[in-house]
Design a binder for this molecule. Structure first.
Ligand code: DOR
Ligand code: ZN
Length: 345
């Protein structure tokens, strides 16, 4: 059986949720990831250093006593945030980014930014303090087709942000189009992008072509296969602009399979590196998995790379049909099917 050893990977974008749900999410993310950037879109969102500290403590309480996993916290950008909070983020040793959600773009984004120009003074402070800005890059205009919202965000906002704040470090989160991959690859070393396993493995046919499948509904929405192929090319290329961020975003079954709509979010944390290994293997680029999963992220965030290794073996296992999740259940990506890589050490 084929095995590879890589530097311990990190997940640079994850939703751990809160309360009862943390039991499952913390268990999964801490299996072999060294660190994870924890998204702040709780209800209410994490907007202050104190709330981030308390959230960190709730996560840490659920870690095994011998766990070396380290959550890296984030704050939720609002138009009301003060300059002083940004300066405190810089001084803190546990908050590593501030997340910009355009209001209405996705789950729990209602308190996000209504007009990007309104936060320009805050972006200026972030640039000055060298605090990383993580962006959900989709416009929210109801007149823009949902499949075009990422591209329009680049054209209407990201180009201008780059031009106005050339030294601001920006992570363009969970990119889903060729347009985003090309923009990032050609935009210098102050911008990088996370890519999810689900945007690499699937396209909109998986979501729409047979039955409408709730597990695949996420935002940014899955695009056509040419975008999927472009993302695979970018992720597996070894280019340091791209790194692993699962955007694993669990929703209980009642919120996914509900008469009044389907919550956006795909759960991949149960098999994250295993699914990425499949993508790199299929592309014939396993040699670049380590750069994407374990090197490019810490290099961009200016944190040390992990110093130990994990072993991945090409051995299949079956993903359960569902997991217990609070009082409900959680249907993961690939439920009831095989994944072809296993973490064996
Ligand atoms: O599909 C998504 N789910 N995209 C996001 O940006 C947020 C996430 C969530 O929090 O459920
Ligand atoms: Zn997310």
């Amino acid at each position: 059986m084929r095995s590879i050893s890589i530097t311990r990977p990190d997940d640079w974008h994850i939703h751990l949720r809160d309360r009862d749900y943390l039991v499952k999410t913390v268990k999964d993310v801490s299996r072999y990831f060294g660190r994870a950037i924890v998204m702040p879109n709780l209800t209410p969102p994490v907007t202050s250093i104190e709330e981030a500290k308390k959230y960190l403590e709730r996560i840490n309480r659920l870690l095994d006593s011998d766990s070396n996993f380290r959550p890296l916290m984030t704050l939720y950008l609002t138009e009301q945030m003060s300059d002083e909070v940004i300066r405190e983020v810089k001084r803190s040793d546990f908050i590593h980014a501030i997340k910009l959600y355009p209001a209405g773009a996705t789950t729990n984004s209602e308190s996000g930014v209504r007009s990007i120009e309104n936060v320009y003074p805050l972006l200026e402070v972030m640039e000055e303090e060298d605090v990383v800005l993580a962006i959900h890059g989709e416009v929210t205009d109801q007149n823009i087709d949902v499949f075009d919202r990422e591209k329009v965000f680049i054209d209407n906002h990201l180009i201008k942000i780059r031009r106005t704040f050339p030294n601001l470090r920006v992570v363009f989160e969970h990119i889903s189009t060729n347009d985003a991959a090309t923009f990032v690859a050609e935009s210098g070393n102050k911008i990088a992008a996370t890519i999810t396993a689900h945007h690499l493995l699937f396209n909109r046919n998986h979501l729409l072509a047979e039955n409408l499948r709730a597990a695949y509904y996420c935002l940014p929405i899955l695009k056509r296969d040419t975008h999927q192929q472009g993302l695979v090319k970018a992720a597996t290329s070894g280019d340091s602009h791209f790194f692993l961020g699962t955007d694993s975003a669990p929703h209980p079954r009642f919120a996914k399979e509900s008469a009044c709509g389907c919550a956006a979010g795909a759960y991949t944390s149960h098999a994250a590196i295993e699914l990425y290994a499949e993508v790199f293997d299929q592309a014939g680029q396993l040699k670049n998995l380590e750069a994407f999963a374990s090197h490019n992220g810490p290099d961009f965030y200016e944190l040390p790379r992990n110093s130990d290794q994990i072993i991945l073996t090409k051995k299949s296992w079956e993903i359960p049909s569902h997991y217990a999740f609070g009082n409900d259940s959680l249907v993961p990506i690939r439920a009831g099917e095989l994944v072809h890589w296993t973490v064996t050490g």
